[in-house]
Design a protein around this ligand. Structure first.
Ligand code: ADP
Ligand code: MG
Length: 690
């Protein structure tokens, strides 16, 4: 008898070389080999028309006849192939000529797909193709089976581990199970299989490797996508339960005198969304179960005051609150705003923590924090350090939470006695992803912005209109407004980018706007310098601030109503939207001018067009997701999202909803099972849950 943990050397055709090679790609037993799913399948929906026509998309098995180089305006490689009915097609390659010439030798069997064009005969320019490695592949093609193709490398292929090699090994394991010599236990609860109409695991394994037809392949795929998402959901559920099991020691009352006083003295009315967000956030208070919430709200929707009001409920009870921001500028701004707002409240013990400070000042502050004299600690990641200790930390607020990693968020949690967490974000996460990522967080959204805000007018210009843009900017500055001019700085070309920002500044200062007070702000400046520039800008002692993305998050200068973004095609959607949020904060009509130069990519066109069409951050994040996909949008590692093998976070939305629901019902798994899931998850093996 065998089981899923059985060694691979029980299989025919496995010697030391293959054993090692497989180990190097983390395949070391029956199970990991069975879960080595095909990379793709050759579509057997071959074009079956008698005459191939110009303009058609086709997929066809062909054989290579010969190839030659054609010289002309552009050199190209032409590979002639023929179909089984004898039609000739030319495959044309402009790029990678040497590579394709070497690869596409005469007599080779291929499956090609692409758009047919008519140019002195039928041709396809840069077709997609799959080389059929041997006679078995070719046979499969002609018998009409779907052909699974496995990821392989040159080294693996050398020892026979191409698609056919993998198929042979996997066939043996599946045959053992068919002959009753191997037990592949089901890992999903029976009633779920029934309720969700999922096929059993052993059948799904058979069909994912040796699909009978496209319907059964779809069912197999669906089953594994479900499996992955289900165990991920269980993990989230488990984490939530674990967190709730540890009773917290400190929790505030749902009433706060200081909060009431603050609200009464605000120079504005809270919006309905702010009020209901505060109500929601207050709900878990007075309970000994710690809460975790994600507060989503577009830039400028007023999250800070919402968080502050919640914080006062803690500080009124002498429970410490820690408010972290991703940059020094932002931390300082929060500190100043909060000090202004709370100026009349008989509540002291607010302190700012930045990275660089005199050793003595720092020690003294840390001491007061440890004693509990400081109740509201505002600062940067410096607060994550070991040496920072709290007396009674009860609430941690993360501003712009997506700028923090999972570990950083955890590191603060352990400093308190199971504190509440409030994460805030202006990069709205589409609902689809929210469910997966933050399945265990209470999600609160501020949808509307404060009244009286005039929507930002966004325009996109090519750089030949720069003159005109500067002229109208001049007009607004003369009316008393202020402006940002932003240059992109990206990591790969940081030095060059910084130079162009500085040159840009010098040029603007001396040649374009010599009559105005100009300032420069970038990340490489000393913090004292940065602070002084920001200070001057706030006081309108600087009229035009030339800057980099350091102003991206949270900077709040209501009188600044014009934002010009240079090389705007180099920014991502959410970054542009965040930048745009720097204006439109006061009573003035505001403008965001996107400038691009030269030819830009079609993705960039889509991005910039989207920005000019909507001010809605949620709509924009959907566009972003469409262009870049969830991995890119969220940064898989940052987000703590596993790299799903089968599940697709966009396509499998219905499954995500189902598994969220099902995992709640089935969370009665023993603690041992849960630990196991957690370990597997952490090792990135979420798919192997038994
Ligand atoms: P964000 O949600 O982007 O962090 P902020 O909290 O920085 O937004 O708020 C943006 C600006 O709006 C601040 O100047 C803040 O004082 C102001 N603000 C917040 N709430 C309201 C309100 N209800 N009415 C008017 N202005 C408000
Ligand atoms: Mg903010």
């Amino acid at each position: 008898m065998f089981d899923l943990k059985s060694n691979l050397d029980h299989l025919k055709g496995i010697g030391p070389a293959r054993l090692n090679a497989l180990k190097s790609i983390s395949i070391d037993n029956f199970q990991s080999l069975l879960y080595y799913f095909p990379r793709k399948y050759l579509d057997r929906n071959f074009t079956d028309k008698l005459f191939l026509k110009d303009g058609e998309f086709i997929t066809l098995p062909v054989e290579v006849i010969d190839s030659y180089l054609a010289h002309g305006k552009r050199s190209r490689l032409i590979v002639s192939v023929k179909t089984h009915r004898g039609e000739r097609i030319s495959l044309v390659f402009f790029k990678g000529i040497a590579f394709f010439q070497k690869k596409l030798k005469a007599n080779l069997s291929l499956v090609i797909s692409g758009k047919l064009e008519y140019f002195r005969g039928l041709q396809i320019v840069h077709p997609e193709f799959e080389v059929l490695s041997d006679s078995e592949d070719t046979d499969l093609v002609h018998t009409g089976r779907i052909i699974p193709l496995y990821s392989s490398s040159e080294e693996l292929k050398e020892i026979g581990l191409d698609s056919k090699g993998f198929r042979k090994l996997i066939r043996q394991i599946l045959d053992l199970q068919k002959n009753g010599k191997l037990n592949i236990p089901e890992v999903l609860p029976k009633d779920i299989l029934r309720k969700r109409k999922l096929i059993p695991r052993n059948l799904a394994l058979e069909e994912i490797h040796f699909p009978t037809d496209s319907t059964s392949l779809k069912e197999a795929r669906n089953r594994f996508a479900y499996e992955e998402l289900f165990f991920f959901s269980l993990l989230l559920e488990y984490k939530k339960q674990k967190r709730e099991k540890v009773k917290r020691v400190l929790y505030p009352y749902p009433e706060s005198k200081s909060a009431k006083a603050l609200i009464a003295n605000l120079p504005f009315e809270l919006t309905d969304d702010q009020i209901s967000a505060i109500e929601e956030l207050k709900k878990p208070t007075s309970r000994d179960v710690p809460s975790a919430a994600l507060l989503q709200g577009d830039v400028g929707s007023g999250k800070t005051i919402t968080a502050l009001i919640l914080a006062l409920h803690y500080t009124d009870n002498d429970i410490q609150v820690c408010f972290v921001a991703p940059t020094e500028i932002l931390a300082r701004q929060h500190y100043e705003n909060i000090m202004n707002l709370l100026g009349n409240t008989p509540f002291l013990g607010i302190e700012l923590f930045l990275g660089k400070e005199k050793e003595k000042t720092k020690k003294e502050k840390y001491q007061r924090l440890k004693n509990g004299e400081i109740l509201l600690a505002i600062g940067t990641h410096t607060l994550f350090q070991e040496e920072v200790k709290f007396a009674d930390l009860g609430l941690v607020i993360f501003d712009e939470q997506h700028k923090f990693g999972v570990e950083q968020r955890e590191s603060l949690r352990v400093k308190g006695k199971n504190p509440d967490i409030l994460a805030m974000t202006a990069t709205p996460i589409p609902r689809t992803l929210c469910l997966t990522l933050y399945g265990d967080l209470q999600l609160i959204t501020i949808k509307t912005k404060p009244k009286g805000r005039i929507p930002i007018v966004t325009k996109w210009f090519e750089d030949d209109k720069r003159e005109a843009v500067y002229n109208s900017l001049r007009k607004y500055i003369l009316q008393g407004r202020q402006a940002f001019i932003v240059y992109p700085i990206i990591e790969e070309s940081e030095k060059l980018d910084l130079e162009s920002c500085i040159t840009g500044y010098e040029n603007l200062r001396t040649k374009v706007f010599p009559e105005f007070k100009m300032g420069l702000l970038h990340g490489k400046m000393k913090s004292a310098e940065k602070d002084s520039v920001m200070d001057k800008f706030k006081k309108n002692e600087i009229q035009i601030l030339v800057t980099t993305t350091v102003v991206e998050v949270g900077i709040d200068v209501p009188n600044a109503s014009i934002l010009i973004i240079e090389n705007s095609d180099r920014f991502g959607i959410s970054q542009l939207h965040q930048l745009r949020g720097r204006v439109g904060r006061g009573q003035w009509e505001s403008f965001c001018i996107l400038i691009s130069s030269g030819k830009i990519s079609s993705d960039a066109v889509e991005r910039l067009t989207a920005l000019t069409e909507t001010n809605d951050g949620f709509a924009l994040s959907e566009v972003d997701l469409k262009i870049r996909g969830p991995g890119e949008v969220l940064g898989i590692r940052q987000s703590g999202l596993p790299d799903f093998k089968v599940a697709d976070l966009q396509m499998d939305m219905p499954l995500i909803e189902q598994t969220r629901e099902d995992s709640k019902i089935h969370s009665e798994l023993s603690d041992l099972d849960k630990t196991e899931i957690k370990e597997r998850f952490e090792e990135g093996r979420i798919l192997f849950p038994n």
